[in-house]
Design a protein around this ligand. Structure first.
Ligand code: NAP
Length: 288
């Protein structure tokens, strides 16, 4: 890919994100604050709620910071990672916090999901937090160069994973106080907001996650379970670096810790009456 293509591809990704990032300055893009009537919750409001949370992909990025934030709030945290032996920061967090346990989990593995569900069969889980996702290499998802193995892998991770977890841990959530299943989604999955083709497979996976979790919200309604779809904002992580392709932009990305704080506040306030709603870290409703 030449420099101009990288620049315009990254600009398109950011242009999408800017629509939902009121404090983000992107050259040439006008952004404004979300309209008051679209704000569903207050992302700056911390509660003193505690419970048990299971987080996927908790070894780095936003998942690691959500594990840290929940631990600081006094929650019991089941923090999962594909390779716990290499999850140094997460293991250090668990060493300092008796309420944090680290477990092995590849969300694409039926066997690992079943084994973890068996291990925790007696444990109510208040918040089942599906954070793990795979972007895939942007070069593999461009017209003329489609790699269908990557397509299947992205779909299996980003849609199959959250559905596997929801099915396997449904009873744990149903037996809890808060009864929440959360999908960490993305504005990149919004059909309304999308303006580029740079990460097509990833975009499609988040749209599919939105649809499957909205449908799930109806399937579990009679159990009193809330299904939340929360986008974490534009965050400075490995995934964002890969999406931007090394382009240099003057914009403020959220730190993973800032995003984690806002997302957890949003989840705390996300009520049963909102189940199946697509919302951003800033408390605003997102268009499908
Ligand atoms: N960063 C952003 O700006 C942004 C914006 C919108 C939405 N999001 C969403 O926010 C969530 C976290 O993103 P991030 O930026 O923190 O990403 P990241 O830094 O790339 O971290 C992704 C995490 O997912 C894990 N993972 C990937 N495939 C997995 C699998 N098959 N099984 C278990 N874990 C797996 C990774 O584990 P390994 O270390 O083993 O690979 C890692 O822990 C994702 O759902 C992402 O789509 C991020």
């Amino acid at each position: 890919m030449n420099k101009t293509t990288v620049f315009s591809a990254a600009a398109a990704v950011l242009a999408t994100l800017s629509i939902v990032l009121p404090d983000t300055a992107i050259a040439g893009a006008h952004t404004g604050p979300p309209r008051a009537q679209d704000l569903l919750v207050d992302p700056g409001k911390r509660s003193d709620i505690t419970g048990t949370v299971l987080i996927t992909g908790a070894n780095r990025g936003i998942g690691l910071e959500m594990a840290r934030n929940y631990a600081e709030r006094g929650w019991t945290v089941i923090a999962t990672a594909r390779n716990p032996d290499r999850a140094d920061e997460l293991n250090a967090l668990a060493a300092d916090n008796p309420g944090v346990s680290v477990e092995r989990l590849d969300v694409t593995s039926d066997a690992e999901v079943a084994a973890l569900a068996q291990k925790y069969r007696d444990q109510p889980i208040d918040v089942l937090l599906n954070n793990a996702a795979w972007l895939g290499d942007p070069a593999d998802q461009r017209l003329g160069n489609y790699n269908f193995e990557v397509l299947l892998g992205v779909m299996d991770t980003n849609v199959g994973g959250p559905l596997r977890l929801a099915e396997a841990f449904l009873d744990n959530v149903a037996r809890s106080e808060q009864k929440k299943i959360v999908g960490i989604t993305s504005a990149q999955g919004s059909l309304t907001l999308i303006r580029s083709d740079t990460i097509q497979f990833y975009n499609a996976s988040k749209t599919a996650l939105n649809m499957s979790y909205r449908a799930l919200s109806f399937a579990v309604r009679d159990k009193g379970i809330t299904v939340a779809l929360v986008s974490p904002g534009a965050v400075d992580t490995d995934m964002m670096a890969l999406a931007l392709g090394g382009a240099d932009f003057q914009m403020r990305l959220l730190t993973p810790a800032e995003s984690a704080e806002a997302v957890i506040n949003v989840i705390d306030q996300y009520g049963f009456d909102m189940s199946g709603t697509f919302i951003s870290h800033d408390g605003a409703r997102l268009p499908w």
